[in-house]
Design a binder for this molecule. Structure first.
Ligand code: DGJ
Length: 375
């Protein structure tokens, strides 16, 4: 009897394509949504509301250019995900900044209590310009599932100096332009603000990014700037739709991308990667008592075999698990540049050991992992 029941379950599942029986994470495997298709939401961002998690990510085809837009999935247990369609569509208008063939990466959605709107920020590169535009884009919706309406994209912090740059560095220096990349003089000048000065009039570069909403409702945009050499953290306006004039440089010359921020107790943590394109490299981690720094370096949070490649992944988000204390999931992409839609998701449980975030490889794990963590 039991055998017949199991058989009929298997048959029903394969006929309807329904796949809602996951009860664990198997990092790096094909991860099927409820329709039986590998989840297509790369460079993901997560938002939780009233028992539902929303997963926003880049819909990828074989190459990395945006052909569809930002896809959204929903789940009530983090293991099983339903494809909810396209939250932000590319535009068929060739003159649109988000036209088909542009680059739309690392979408992150936050909710604004004051305006009752959902705000999506993402990294945007204009069609046909490779990664030269280095802009951030913003879209808005009344519903977490979208549709999100594109508002604008721009290079942030035009004609504004970071809060933590010396007055002596706020002067255009024509010697800057003569510096050859990777020389000690270039590095020194870079750390002093070479590219902040260069981009002062046109706005600062903004590539890999995340957004983080603090307990007090203030939201921050964190991005790789200055030719990916230095991170910038900027305070957003109260409606989350724009930048204020407050921003800081973080890890000057540190070459960080793929930032993911979370808070445990009164400490902010950030996980990033180095710069090797789609190839994995050792992750980094930092901590701070304030989002605006100073951020202290903590080293590679990945521990064990293949930690030097972050288990062949690159960070995209750290998700606090709802209803569990000190339960955070490292979420990374295992990119496949030969066939981007086949990119895999590496989710691993974080533990904070001696004030440092750490994650180890697990072939399979589930949320009960967090119940075993020492208080
Ligand atoms: C690394 C970034 O982290 C990705 O989001 C993407 O921009 C690739 N570089 C492009 O090479």
């Amino acid at each position: 009897m039991r055998f017949l029941l199991i058989l009929s379950l298997i048959i029903t599942q394969s006929c309807t394509g329904q796949n809602l029986n996951n009860s664990s994470f198997t990092p790096g495997d094909i991860w099927k949504d409820a329709d039986g298709n590998h989840i297509n939401a790369h460079g993901g961002g997560f938002y939780y509301e009233d028992g539902t998690y929303f997963w926003y990510g880049e819909h990828k085809n074989q190459n990395s250019l945006a052909q569809v837009g930002v896809r959204v999935y929903s789940s009530d247990d983090l293991y099983n995900w339903k494809n909810e369609g396209v939250a932000l569509s590319v535009s068929t208008d060739p003159n649109s900044e988000i036209t088909t063939g542009s680059v739309i990466e690392r979408p992150k959605v936050i909710y604004n209590k004051k305006t009752d709107k959902y705000v999506m920020w993402f990294h945007l590169e204009l069609k046909g310009q490779g990664y030269a535009a280095a802009r951030t884009g913003v879209a808005i919706s009344d519903n977490p599932l979208g549709p999100f309406k594109y508002i604008k994209s721009f290079r942030p912090n035009t004609k504004i100096w970071p809060k933590n740059i010396d007055d002596s560095e706020k002067v255009y220096n024509e010697e800057d332009e003569k510096l050859e990349w990777w020389t000690p003089e270039w590095k020194e000048s870079l750390i002093d603000g070479l590219y902040v000065r260069r981009d002062f009039e046109e706005g600062q570069m903004s590539r890999d990014m995340t957004v983080y909403v603090d307990d007090d409702g203030k939201a921050y945009h964190v991005h790789s700037s200055e030719e990916n050499q230095t991170l910038h953290i900027s305070l957003l306006t109260d409606d989350y739709l724009d930048f204020t004039d407050t921003y800081v440089r973080v890890q000057e010359g540190g070459q960080n991308e793929a930032p993911a921020v979370f808070k445990s107790g009164n400490t902010y943590y950030m996980i990033t990667s180095g710069l090797t394109g789609w190839d994995p490299n050792p992750a980094r981690s930092f901590k701070s008592k304030s989002m605006l720094g100073p951020w202290e370096k903590l080293g590679n949070p990945a521990v064990g075999e293949e930690a030097e490649l972050t288990f062949r992944s690159q960070s995209t988000f750290v998700l606090p698990v709802a209803g569990k204390k000190d339960a955070y999931i490292y979420m990374g992409d295992r990119w496949n540049p030969k066939n981007h839609r086949d990119g895999r998701y590496i989710w691993l449980p974080i533990s904070i050991t001696n004030g440092k975030p750490e994650f180890k490889w697990h072939d399979e794990w589930d949320l009960s992992f967090f119940d075993t963590l020492a208080p």
